[in-house]
Write a protein that binds this ligand. Structure first.
Ligand SMILES: Cc1cc2nc3c(=O)[nH]c(=O)nc-3n(C[C@H](O)[C@H](O)[C@H](O)COP(=O)(O)OP(=O)(O)OC[C@H]3O[C@@H](n4cnc5c(N)ncnc54)[C@H](O)[C@@H]3O)c2cc1C
Ligand SMILES: Cc1ncc(C[n+]2csc(CCOP(=O)(O)OP(=O)(O)O)c2C)c(N)n1
Length: 585
């Protein structure tokens, strides 16, 4: 068997792993890899490299690709600033459980520790923001390391893995053969649940009077079949379903048992139902502080079941009565099977649904119109109206627009909603849309943005143009870092310190400068036509939609408050427990 350079081994291993797209940016410490990629493509190879304009964007594009396709995202960057620029996206992927492999160049092994040109301690810097990381010193180990990295990134709780490869290791030669299935000596995620725990869970569900299915990003991670199984479990138990920001789409928004998102900007009915439930079945969610609010007031009357593939996630924030360590897809399959096998009649939850109907009647997502000015919620609903039949993929930036999109754009299936939840990274949406479009060439992909966030990775307009990606950007332009302004209004007596988006560019001209089509929408009378014009254009389009500037995003549970302290647009309704609810618990 002939020996190959480390760089050639890397490219061959990526091919063996089925990698089709790599998002990257070149530099001195990865030139041997770029050369191997060049030769691979010249010989008709299948790995496509997407040249982003900033390494942070490579990581978010890889996240968007991964979240929308279920395949791992792959990133290639140089040493030093290339690697440090990637750190935000790596951390983002860790927080949101996104499978990603990041290959970083490193200075030659003999120079490590000498403050060499573009040297950074990538393994040290990324130790706490990766699921695992490697510094490869021996080219003979490179092939196996790459396969192991993909195994770790994609199995169990998915996450980012960094492989740091010194330049001399890229050049040195070794043998490579595709390894068989990876069996790590210690890392063995538990995929199947303990069956007695499943039986207990089913008994608890059958006996509950006020159950709720609290679903999260883990269901999206578990693949589309898990969403189907969730619908089946909901159907046979009759239980209401809510979801975190990360789980939207796992249960269809048009489904009869859907309560909407829960948490800080969740619906009144979802949060009140969590508060008054007697059983919470947490399926692939992690009791995040945006969801629980004040911990000592969180769902005080319920017993809790937690299904999670990551053992360390269980009892981390909230103590549960029944932990189930498993892939949630498998656990759902088992629960549905056992529930049916026991011939449990559909529980009678009429009284519970009557209470929920009362909370639903509050219509917590309703908003007041203000004449000709576009309300941001109205803009999202109009966008949904015009596009939902095409089942678009929606990405977002971070801020009010993100929450309005979560509240008002109904998702009917998984992998259509890509957002930065855990880290809340402004600048995520455009590169994520690029990644999603590459993974789903025929899909309609829209980044719902704020005028501040979009500027954080605006250079990626060029990437979309270079690869002829027909991505759409829909900016809800309120001339404020709206989410910051809202908090300042509510908690700092409207002292708007540095939250005005001053000196904004002319977004239409900016779009045109990059070869995009630019459209401005300035009033309700232009909204539908503007959206139609965006959809009619088969290339990339940026829409600058001017919206009412001082609108707040409600409902809102102030940080650290209880679910019952929710602020609604109409302050007449509070989350206080009514007499009927008191009688039940
Ligand atoms: C401005 C802003 C406002 C926000 N407001 C809200 C809000 O109102 N409501 C809200 O919900 N969120 C909100 N968020 C998001 C919030 O910060 C968290 O990101 C989110 O709540 C976490 O979702 P999750 O619990 O589904 O967990 P994820 O981060 O999606 O984690 C998934 C969990 O499932 C597990 N898991 C992964 N794969 C599997 C599998 N195959 N099988 C089983 N388990 C698996 C993981 O171990 C993990 O515990 C907001 C974010 C921002 C930026
Ligand atoms: C990288 C980064 N820096 C700062 C923040 C804090 N932050 C959260 S929302 C927000 C304002 C976003 O403004 P904009 O994009 O205009 O959206 P809007 O809230 O107006 O919809 C800021 C600064 C963040 N989430 N990410």
């Amino acid at each position: 068997m002939t020996e190959k350079s480390g760089a050639d081994i890397l490219i061959e291993a990526l091919g063996d792993l089925g990698v089709e797209v790599v998002f990257g940016y070149p530099g001195g410490a990865v030139l041997p890899i770029y050369d191997a990629l060049f030769r691979h493509n010249a010989a008709g190879g299948r790995i496509k490299h997407i040249l982003v304009r900033h390494e942070q964007a490579a990581t978010h594009a890889a996240e968007g690709y991964a979240r929308s396709t279920g395949k791992p995202g792959v990133v290639l960057v140089t040493s030093g600033p290339g690697a440090t620029n990637a750190v935000t996206g790596i951390t983002d992927a860790l927080m949101d459980s996104i499978p990603m492999v990041v290959i970083t160049g490193q200075v030659p092994t003999t120079l490590i520790g000498t403050d060499a040109f573009q040297e950074a301690d990538t393994v040290g810097i990324t130790r706490h923001c990766t699921k695992h990381n490697y510094l490869v010193k021996d080219p003979a180990k490179l092939g196996n390391t790459i396969h192991e990295a993909f195994h770790i990134a994609t199995s169990g709780r998915p996450g980012p893995v960094v492989i740091d490869i010194p330049k001399d290791v890229q050049v040195a030669t070794a043998r490579y053969t595709k390894p068989g299935p990876i069996r790590h000596k210690t890392y063995r995620p538990q995929v199947k649940a303990d069956q007695s725990a499943i039986e207990q869970a089913v008994d608890m569900l059958a006996a509950a009077e006020r159950p709720i299915l609290y679903t999260g990003g883990g269901i999206i991670n578990a693949g589309p079949a898990a969403s189907q199984l969730l619908c089946e479990l909901a159907r046979i138990t009759g239980a209401p379903v809510t979801s975190t920001l990360m789980g939207l789409g796992a249960y269809p928004a048009s489904g009869p048992q859907w309560l909407g998102m829960l948490g800080m900007h969740g619906t009144y009915e979802a949060n009140l139902a969590m508060n008054k439930a007697d059983l919470i079945v947490c399926l692939g969610a992690r009791f995040d502080d945006r969801v629980t609010g004040r911990l000592d007031a969180f769902s005080p009357y319920s017993r809790k079941i937690h299904v999670d593939i990551d053992r360390s996630s269980i009892n981390k924030n909230v103590r549960v009565d029944l932990p189930i360590v498993a892939d949630v897809g498998h656990a759902l399959e088992d629960m549905v099977r056992v529930f049916k096998a026991r011939r449990h009649p559909k529980p009678d939850l009429a009284e519970w649904w009557r209470m929920i109907a009362g909370w639903r009647a509050v219509k917590s997502l309703d908003f007041a119109e203000t004449g000709s000015e576009i309300m941001p919620q109205r803009a999202i609903r109009a966008l949904w109206e015009a596009t939902h039949k095409r089942s678009p993929i929606i990405t977002t930036e971070v801020g009010q627009h993100q929450m309005w999109a979560a509240q008002h754009f109904g998702f009917e299936g998984p992998n259509k909603w890509l957002t930065s939840g855990g880290l809340g990274t402004m600048g995520y949406g455009l590169p994520a849309a690029i990644g999603a479009q590459l993974g789903n060439p025929k899909a309609l992909v829209i980044d719902i943005a704020g005028e501040a966030s979009i500027q954080m990775n605006i250079q990626e307009l060029a990437t979309a143009m270079q690869y002829r990606l027909p991505v759409k950007i829909f900016i809800l332009n309120n001339e404020y870092m709206g989410m910051v302004r809202q908090w300042q209004e509510l908690t700092y007596s409207s002292r708007y310190a540095e939250s005005y988006s001053d000196t904004l560019p002319d977004f239409v001209k900016l779009a045109e400068a990059y070869g995009w089509k630019g459209i401005r929408i300035e009033g309700n009378d232009q909204l539908d036509d503007g959206i139609a014009a965006m959809l009619d254009h088969d290339g990339p389009v940026l829409v600058d939609c001017r919206v009412a500037k001082l609108t707040n995003c409600f409902p809102m549970i102030p940080s650290g408050a209880a679910h019952t302290d929710m602020l609604l647009a109409s302050s007449e309704v509070s989350g206080e427990m009514d007499d009927e609810a008191k009688a039940l618990v």
